[in-house]
Design a protein around this ligand. Structure first.
Ligand SMILES: Cc1ncc(COP(=O)(O)O)c(C=O)c1O
Length: 413
């Protein structure tokens, strides 16, 4: 361990975020984060892809950006252009795709070119925590738009846009996760997408479409991307390989017109995202992406079934949820008296990690008795045992569930 008494504290830059907590290892039952299913990482095929691409093109690693330039490895961008056409109906070419270090960097770059302190953005009321924390740090005003079973509600969006227009405010973007929403798991239908595009064009407010779960739909069928349906070009689309292949690879992408990508490239100061990951992915995806994804989603669906059965068994009617259309999360409502921030702390002490609802919502009161459970990474056995432990902790701390699988529980001594 490094030792010494030099004091950096007085030298730290002003306005830094709070320090990170030290990592203490993975909890026994981990329902947090956007982790994937370890059994479905296609390790053998990734090894074969790595060997093949390195034997063929290894010397190009001598050049920043390989021989492909700053947008990222060309073969990967060409795969994406073809795949996005086939699955999401998008017409874009490889020069309209920027490869990023995960889609988190994509979010940072979109924010970097569009946002300044004091700006306003519209965002789904329940949404990705990583987007919320970034916007808070940037000092941006968030207007949360409530959701229903089809995602962002257009009546509420229209009212918010009108209200802001009356006050002379033009929001910088409408951020949406329309295809398997995080955390609610809904999919926005085509008609609603049309209405969203109409409102965006009418008010001159671009759409920021985050599509990172779009490959993980149980029946494999998805509506066209908003980017594909837009006539005005006012949609910036981002995606990721984190959910379809593996998050540790850290490969995401942005699809946008060149003039906006050019502004982002000027902010992307890392001299290119990790080249080896891009090369391996391009090699793997060309032959295996299409058959890998249905295998992964079948495994995820089976784990979701285990989770929903375990919740029914251990929480009975105290846990309410809708069956998500795909993805890796279940969004759960517990009785009003449960504070999921406190539950999360107590559960962690018993080895169960959960994401409390307020972190995933612009409306902290609405999120208070809700929680998000990631079912992709724990094994089925861990899901069962973890939910049983969570129910025990919840009963101890909040007196619910009083009934398990609709069977009254005797108070424990
Ligand atoms: C909606 C959404 N967008 C973006 C990300 C960032 O993912 P990554 O940086 O791994 O691509 C996540 C991760 O969970 C997410 O849920």
């Amino acid at each position: 361990m490094t030792s010494g008494s030099f004091d950096f504290a007085p030298l730290l830059a002003a306005g830094l975020p709070a320090p990170a907590a030290k990592w203490t290892g993975l909890p026994r039952y981990n329902f947090t984060g956007g982790n994937n299913d370890a059994d479905h990482v296609p390790v053998d095929r990734l090894i074969a892809a790595a060997t093949a691409v390195l034997e063929r093109e290894g010397p190009t690693l001598a050049t920043y950006g390989l021989a492909s330039g700053p947008l990222g490895y060309r073969a990967l961008r060409e795969f994406l252009a073809e795949k996005l056409k086939r699955t999401a109906g998008m017409s874009c070419n490889a020069d309209e795709i920027l490869i990023t270090s995960g889609s988190l960097q994509a979010i940072d770059l979109v924010n970097g070119v569009l946002l300044a302190r004091g700006d306003t953005v519209l965002i789904e009321q329940e949404t990705y925590q990583g987007a919320l924390t970034r916007l808070a740090r940037l000092g941006v005003t968030l207007v949360g738009i409530p959701l229903d079973g089809e995602g962002m509600r257009m009546d509420a969006l229209a009212a918010a846009l009108d209200h802001l227009a009356r006050r002379g405010i033009r929001p910088k973007y409408i951020y949406t996760i329309p295809t398997v929403q995080n955390p609610t798991g809904t999919i926005m239908g085509e008609q609603r997408r049309r209405e969203l595009l109409r409102l965006s064009e009418h008010h001159g407010v671009p759409i920021f479409e985050d599509d990172c779960y779009a490959d993980l739909i149980w029946d494999g069928r998805r509506p066209p991307a908003l980017h594909a349906m837009s006539n005005s070009g006012g949609v910036i689309h981002i995606g990721s390989f984190s959910k379809s292949i593996a998050p540790a690879l850290r490969v995401g992408y942005i699809v946008a017109r060149w003039e906006i990508l050019a502004r982002m490239l000027a902010l992307k100061t890392d001299a290119g995202s990790g080249a080896l990951e891009q090369m391996v992915l391009a090699e793997f995806c060309a032959s295996h992406f299409t058959d890998h994804v249905p295998k992964l989603t079948r495994g995820l669906r089976a784990k979701l079934d285990t989770l929903m059965e375990s919740l029914a068994e251990h929480f009975g009617t105290s846990a309410e949820f809708d069956d998500p259309k795909g993805g890796i999360f279940l969004w759960v409502k517990l009785p009003d008296g449960v504070d999921t921030q406190k539950l999360a702390q107590a559960a962690l002490a018993s080895g169960v990690a959960i994401n409390p609802g307020p972190d995933w919502s612009t409306d902290k009161a609405y999120g208070k008795s809700r929680l998000r459970l990631c079912f992709a990474s724990p094994s089925k056995e861990a899901i069962r045992d973890g939910v049983a432990t969570l129910a025990e902790v919840c009963r101890r701390e909040f007196g619910v569930p009083t009934r398990i699988a609709n069977v009254e529980q005797r108070a424990r001594a």
